[in-house]
Ligand binder design. Structure first.
Ligand SMILES: [Zn+2]
Length: 285
């Protein structure tokens, strides 16, 4: 649980490239920008950790020295609602991510649970919950005790991951961290986040189902988003007025509900928009 609201980018900001930093240098560079979170992107990983243990541990050490909160975005190649072979491969991938996340001291491995395919939604969710119980049991037996898995609200109608489904996973599986991607919620539900009251409604639902501690300690993704009737299309920068949701509204409820979420910027401007969100929240006192 974070000690305060923290902000950081999803992945290494493109502007850092000119400095050719080692991975372990990234937390220090973020700290120089006044940021205090970093989501490592393991989004193309397969069934084995694709980094050396030594490098993961160095990243973790430097992150702690710089007081930067680490998380990991797990592999995109995960589908816990598919056929047996797909599910088995997905388990390996999520566990590979969790293994490296534990090495670096990342608090959560964020992942997209899967696609409904032809399955009825209830059945897909039920299967997903059962498999995730197996994953967390395996993690425990491997000594992965600090890193949690974090099912994320997803942006497409074809993907498992509505707010209600993610809440159900959190209710039924242990060692899970709630991950709210606000842009995805907005896109999936055709622009549901238009007013401060819309944000409050989501938070009240979370509090009602999972309690105030979970609500206060969400792991969040935030960016503006373009969507179609099928859901998310493209992420946009905070500056682009024609897209939602509006971070000022989330900032309002963070203050009102005394939340301390970790907020990861997935905007094309990664760190710059993270700084912008931080400043906006600060301006509310
Ligand atoms: Zn994601």
């Amino acid at each position: 649980m974070a000690d305060r609201t923290r902000f950081g980018p999803a992945g290494v900001p493109p502007a850092f490239a000119i400095m050719k930093p080692k991975l372990q240098d990234v937390p220090g560079l973020l700290r120089q920008e006044g940021l205090d979170a970093f989501e490592y992107e393991a989004i193309y990983w397969g069934g084995k950790p694709q980094m050396k243990r030594e490098d993961a541990e160095k990243l973790g050490l430097k992150a702690r020295e710089s007081d930067v909160w680490l998380s990991m975005h797990g592999s995109y190649f995960i589908n816990f609602c598919g056929e047996k072979a797909t599910i088995e491969a997905s388990k390996k991938r999520l566990i590979a991510c969790a293994t490296a996340a534990e090495w670096m001291g990342a608090h959560v491995v964020v992942f997209h649970p899967g696609f409904y395919g032809k399955k009825p939604r209830e059945l897909a969710l039920g299967r997903c919950v059962e498999v995730l119980k197996e994953v967390t049991a395996t993690m425990k037996s491997m000594g992965i005790v600090n890193t949690k898995i974090g099912p994320e609200t997803t942006g497409k109608a074809s993907q498992l991951g509505s707010l209600d489904e993610v809440l159900q996973i959190c209710e039924k599986v242990e060692h899970v961290q709630l991950v709210i991607d606000w842009a995805h919620l907005h896109a999936r539900d055709m622009g549901r986040l238009r007013t401060v009251a819309d944000f409050r409604t989501v938070l009240e639902k979370i509090e009602d189902r999972l309690g105030s501690e979970v609500m206060r300690n969400m792991h969040c993704h935030f960016t503006k988003i373009e969507y179609t009737d099928k859901g998310e299309r493209r992420h946009h920068t905070l500056e682009e007025e024609r897209y939602g949701p509006d971070f000022a509204m989330l900032a309002r409820v963070i203050v009102d509900f005394k939340l301390r979420p970790v907020i990861i910027s997935e905007s094309p401007l990664l760190d710059l928009d993270a700084v912008r969100m931080r400043d906006l929240l600060r301006s509310l006192g």
